[in-house]
Design a protein around this ligand. Structure first.
Ligand SMILES: O=C(O)CCc1cccc(O)c1
Length: 540
């Protein structure tokens, strides 16, 4: 066997340089961690697999400084109209209305190859991130404080590197997951579909539906998605007896597309058959080895959340790894990664499956009953569903031990007036642990003082523009004021991934929450002195 001398040590080895791996590497790079990323392939896959993303993910891209670079490849998602057996509109899935809660269009479509190239460029821009393409993972061996990875270079050389942690972002057939012995649980969904991407000619675009659509026809369920520019996607259910490979052939694909297009109307970009699965790893961690993205879960695409779930994994994991690597939290903080993300994946996949089962109904009588039920749920009209309502909150993990309003949900991002311009909140406060206080509350000053005693947390008051509250940022659209009012709270503690740790209605509750943060992050009893009056100043 050929060996190349000299093992190299890293903080984190990321296996897989798709969107999940590239985001993990970029975020680790920005936080200063010595990161090695490897991928078996030598280039970005030049065809789109994911097509949809949402405002939570775009917020992370913006936090990474990538919003401008990827914007040319991103467009708003149209509504999705679901049509029943007789072609009647039964359901319409749309975005939440303005003012947008996170400051961005809530649902978007994007061009994966171009966005992935930007994510890679970003990760590679950090001098502490090394990217090696054409490199295969052969084995991982855990030692008390490291993982040794056996690698095979493109030219056949074998060598080892060590890392304090390994993240497997290496897709559905993950080598990391297999080596770590992490099993997949079947969430019971298995349907054969053909996914067809077309670059449609300008002249034919106008003949196609103006909204994305689900044709829930039991003889052949079909999804139609409006991607960016002239990219249009059809997802076509394969019927019993149809051979997946045969159906990918261009002549068969054009036959399936014939209700909409002829071969003269565009260029086939991709035709790939898949079994739409629902799977989740039982555990997402084995010691110092963790898995993320498709390595940890797979779900049917029906609400376009596949890539979003992977990037939620990366963002959830990186802020925790950052604390552990810097010695700020014990390694046990990483246990909350499986707890939080697995529950979220199972709950969201359940909802995706329910939508998928409704779309995939092949029995005519059952499909008619479905149509009647969906219309009845809509009060005799097409049922209106907001995409963002489908996405569940976090329900367990590194959250306040007491259930508080909005705990585990995504914290909004208002626009705030700052230095003569209007900016999104994260651009002003950063995206670490933050305490936000309702600047109009009489307790605002006391709560800011409480927050100031916590070394991990930055404290900010926000009030509507024109209220002239001292020391408060002014928001321009009352997004946060409405949020505080809707939840009946005056303070929120927000994690680096923008999930609400917990909320408080008064300074005493806030004091309890801050102690909880200490306990959760340090895994030790709260460090701060007990005080009887939480409005009083005290020493940490
Ligand atoms: O949210 C919707 O309206 C549909 C989104 C979607 C995205 C990607 C694939 C797919 O089947 C549906």
């Amino acid at each position: 066997m050929t060996e190349r001398a000299g093992a190299t040590d890293y903080d984190v080895l990321v296996v897989g340089f798709g969107p999940t791996g590239a985001v993990a590497a970029g975020q680790l790079g920005r936080l200063g961690h010595r990161t090695l990323v490897i991928d078996r392939l030598t280039a970005v896959y030049d065809k789109p697999r994911a097509i949809a993303l949402d405002h939570e993910i775009f917020r992370h891209f913006d936090n990474m400084g990538l919003a401008e670079a990827i914007s040319p490849f991103v467009e708003p998602f149209t509504a999705s109209e679901h049509f029943g057996v007789d072609g009647q509109l039964i359901r319409r899935i749309d975005m939440v209305a303005k003012p947008y809660p996170l400051g961005y269009t809530p649902s978007m479509v994007f061009s994966q190859p171009a966005v992935e190239a930007e994510l890679r460029r970003h990760a590679t821009s950090f001098s502490n991130v090394r990217v090696e393409l054409g490199v295969e993972l052969l084995d991982l061996v855990q030692t008390p404080d490291r993982v040794e990875a056996r690698l095979k270079d493109g030219d056949g050389w074998h060598r080892s590197v060590t890392a304090r942690y390994v993240i497997g972002c290496d897709g559905a057939a993950s080598t990391v997951r297999q080596i770590a012995g992490l099993d997949l649980e079947d969430l019971i969904f298995d349907e054969p579909w053909l996914v067809v991407d077309v670059r449609v000619k300008e002249s034919a675009l106008a003949r196609l539906p103006r909204c994305s659509a689900q044709f829930c026809n039991p003889s052949r369920p079909v999804s139609f998605l409006i991607g960016p520019n002239n990219h249009r996607r059809w997802e076509i259910m394969l019927l019993p007896g149809e051979d997946a490979r045969q159906m990918e052939r261009p002549d068969n694909v054009w036959k399936l597309l014939s209700p909409w297009l002829t071969p003269n109307d565009g260029e086939l970009w991709r035709a790939a058959s898949y079994r739409f699965h629902a799977l989740v790893a039982t555990d997402w961690r084995s010691g110092k080895i963790l898995i993320a993205g498709d390595a940890a879960h797979q779900q049917p695409p029906f609400i376009g959340q596949g890539m979003c779930q992977g990037l939620r994994d990366a963002t959830n994991l990186v802020w925790k790894l950052d604390r552990v690597l810097k010695g700020l939290s014990s390694d046990s903080l990483l246990d909350s990664y499986t707890v939080e993300r697995k529950q979220h994946v199972i709950e969201l996949t359940g909802k995706i499956k329910a939508i998928g089962q409704s779309i995939c109904e092949r029995d005519l009588a059952a499909a008619r009953r479905r149509d009647a039920q969906v219309l009845a749920d809509g009060g005799g009209k097409p049922l209106l569903v907001t995409r963002q309502e489908i996405i569940p909150p976090l329900r367990a993990g590194c959250l306040a031990s007491r259930e508080t309003p909005a705990r585990g949900s995504l914290f909004p991002q208002p626009r705030v007036a700052s230095g003569g311009t209007v900016r999104l909140l994260d651009g002003v406060t950063g995206s670490g642990w933050r305490l936000f206080v309702d600047g109009c509350s009489n307790d605002a000053a006391a709560m800011l003082s409480l927050g100031a005693l916590c070394p991990d947390i930055s404290a900010t008051a926000v009030a509507p523009a024109g209220t002239s509250r001292p020391n408060a940022l002014e928001e321009t659209e009352d997004v946060l004021a409405s949020w505080f009012a809707r939840h009946g709270v005056i303070a929120a503690i927000v994690r680096p991934d923008h999930y609400v740790f917990g909320t408080a209605r008064n300074p005493a509750e806030l004091d309890g929450l801050l102690r909880d943060v200490d306990a959760r992050l340090r895994d030790v009893p709260a460090m701060r002195d007990k005080i009887s009056d939480p409005k009083m100043e005290r020493t940490p």
